[in-house]
Write a protein that binds this ligand. Sequence first.
Ligand code: PGA
Length: 248
Amino acid sequence: MRIPVIAGNWKMNMLASDAKKFVEAVIPSIKGTDIIPIIFAPYTLLPVLAEVAEGSNLRIGAQNMHYLDNGAFTGEISPKMLLDLGIRHVIIGHSERRQYYNETDETVNLKLLKAHECGINPILCVGETLDEREAGQEKIKISGQIEKAFKGISPEDAKNTIIAYEPIWAIGTGKTAASKDAEEMIAFIRQELKKLYGDQISEDIVIQYGGSVKPSNVKEIMNEINIDGALVGGASLKSQDFIDLVNF
Ligand code: PGA
């Protein structure tokens, strides 16, 4: 049984006082949900959010991490530092990190291996560009990203990896993929996982859709058989929108 996950990715937004108010408003309104709600916040907010969310069902995660425990890597944050704050969720390989910060399939793989080694639950992002989609290359792109990301990942750890399918052309653009197209791509990802890990594990892996998800379209997306939740950027910045997404 796959438990759906609605995750907010705040990206480089929010200051401590607003973030605290957000979480305090959200927690009582999502108490009864049977899905898993997570907020992925900037590093600076993690201590305060971890403290406010403690004892609730709202989980707090980081948007990135290094694949080593420590060392001379100015400006980086290690998995040990996240664990030190009680943070056990991380986004790995978001397209913005691949695009602007030189994240490669190889570093994504190292981070995925490291997250599992440390007991941090990763959301692995994959997705094609508009050019790739228009050239009919989306499946080749996604299968390559999946195969490289999961290199050396054990079946048990694969099962505990959440995947977010996020077509890059749908991120922050207001252009959501049609739910049928998202479903087709996510079913395809399950097929690829089947080749790597067999039937059972491919059926057990939670796969989200991401890209301009908002309260008005979340239900349609969640109705698709293979889609187990959403990774939401813009619409996760207002507490009422996040509440509506979780209680869709
Ligand atoms: P968006 O971002 O919801 O603003 O399109 C999604 C994401 O980048 O995860």
